[in-house]
Design a protein around this ligand. Structure first.
Ligand SMILES: [Zn+2]
Length: 191
């Protein structure tokens, strides 16, 4: 089971000198992400996706939920990383500053939905890299489709889901990506 390979990991060298508040926040964030990714409904979905893509589950050695965020050189936060040789996947949080702003703007519920969805999308993305290696375009395209498959059950219940989808995918996608169109695509590949 994928869920048994998941754990929270602190990279001591990247720790810098965080305040008590930062440590507390990021620890809470990481345990929330771990719980979210381990939920049986999502685990079931991942097993289905791996089967569909012919990715053998044993290719995943471990999934690390990294406690502190990682900034890319261009300033964009890294959502995940996959070492395809080792079968090691790492999932990163957003920065405390971003999270505080989102919470102030949109409230705690929307923030929670965003953080969980972003982690799910990151894990889907990195798992797909095990098969599509450096084909980033293909991985991004499939990530959107698979994420939409998982999200469509929730979108009916949660009015925030469409805007969450856009927040996660818009920075890297075409400006006017049409969520309903993606759902159409998603239905074609859903179980
Ligand atoms: Zn990628």
């Amino acid at each position: 089971m994928l869920s048994n390979k998941m754990k929270i990991t602190v990279h001591p060298e990247k720790l810098g000198d965080p305040s008590q508040k930062q440590v507390g926040f990021y620890m809470k964030y990481a345990s929330f992400v771990l719980r979210t990714l381990r939920r049986p409904s999502f685990q079931k979905f991942l097993s289905w996706m791996l089967r569909k893509e012919n990715i053998e589950e044993h290719r995943v050695r471990d999934v690390q939920v990294i406690v502190f965020p990682s900034q890319r050189k261009n300033g964009n936060g890294l959502a995940g990383h996959c070492n395809t040789n080792r079968g090691r996947i790492q999932i990163y949080p957003k920065t405390l500053k971003f999270c505080q702003e989102l919470m102030q703007e949109s409230g705690k519920d929307k923030f929670t939905l965003y953080a969980g969805s972003r982690a799910r999308a990151a894990l889907i993305h990195e798992l797909l890299h095990l098969k599509y290696a450096n084909d980033e375009e293909k991985v991004r395209e499939l990530t959107k489709e698979y994420f939409a498959v998982f999200a469509q059950n929730r979108s009916a219940q949660n009015s925030h889901m469409t805007s969450i989808y856009n927040m996660i995918f818009r920075p890297e996608a075409i400006e006017n990506a049409d969520f309903s169109g993606k759902i159409e695509v998603a239905r074609k590949i859903s179980p």
